[in-house]
Design a binder for this molecule. Sequence first.
Ligand code: MG
Length: 388
Amino acid sequence: MKIIAHLDMDSFYASIEERDNPQYQGLPVAVGALPNGGSGRGVVSTANYKAREYGIFSAMPISVAWRLSEEAGRQGRPRAIFLPVDMKRYAENSKRVMEIVRQVMEKEVKSAIIEQTSIDEAYLDLSFTGSYEKAESLAEKIKKDIREKEKLTCSVGIGQNKLIAKLASAKNKPDGLTAVTLSQISGFMDSIGLRDIPGIGPKTEEKLNKKGIMSISGLLKLTKDELVGMFGKWGEDIYDKARGIDESELETGRETKSISEQETFGKDTLSGLFLIEKLRKLVKEVHIRMILENIKTFKTVTITVRFFDFETKNKAHTIEMASDDRDLLEREALKLFLPFLDKRGNPKLKPLRLIGVGIENFNRKNDNNKESGKERSGQTDLFDNNQI
Ligand SMILES: [Mg+2]
């Protein structure tokens, strides 16, 4: 029997800040761009639950968050604390949390199967426990150790696959533990919204709504053929997901040779302002992954540019001295990218549909893990220390 857990830290960045700055405890905290008296640009990365009571959420423009905080202030409530993102510290916290998860699991099984999907989320294969009850008590133990050692809370969902586990972890946040057993799947799927299904965004929802489908139970009435007719191949996926079906395996054991991030835009564009901002965001994401994956330095920077007509260009530049510096990475990526904004790299000035940034040519960290006091074998994962 397959039993998968999804672990998701609760308002991770904000919780770390609250823990490390006792003066903020109990106050609304928003980590992200700084508001600059309301004129700041950028968005909130994470808001703690107190800030959410003010209507402040992640991805909200910081100027809006500022206005909500000021409003609360005028009503005599505490104004929100706005803090910049300290990614290095959050990444270190992430490593410690994942190490706790691994330790708890490896008391029960020789090698833990963990797929870390972001700085604060991971899938755990708990099939070895043999029952949902035992998986739940192991998840309790993981939650307890994280709470005691790191003073942080997380929410865990348990189910027969990654999809159910992920949906279940979102069900009772913060500090939740939700198991969805086989017999509970259809009832559980009924209790969530269309938009909760990964991949169903506003556009897909609108299309479904136009057909009179407002809920998962409505979605279940469509045949696979009807969904394929509406959405192409992706329709088959929707058909399965609405039924809680997901065959995807946990992905572990890959040794990273390169790290890249890319984004396809909602609309093809040649707006320099927009594209440079996207490029900077991608650089940031690549750099975070570099820290998380224990990569000490890179030597090669790559970019990908895809035009509206799908013509794709890749450019790479190898620097002389290996580096771990984000600003340098950004400069190198910009140097490679800027020619595509004008006739140097883009003679017909074609709009772009996608850009990507990557790094290669790594040097890996060689820090022995003293805490666990043992060498890991078998699986390689995000935190495996590959020798140079
Ligand atoms: Mg989270």
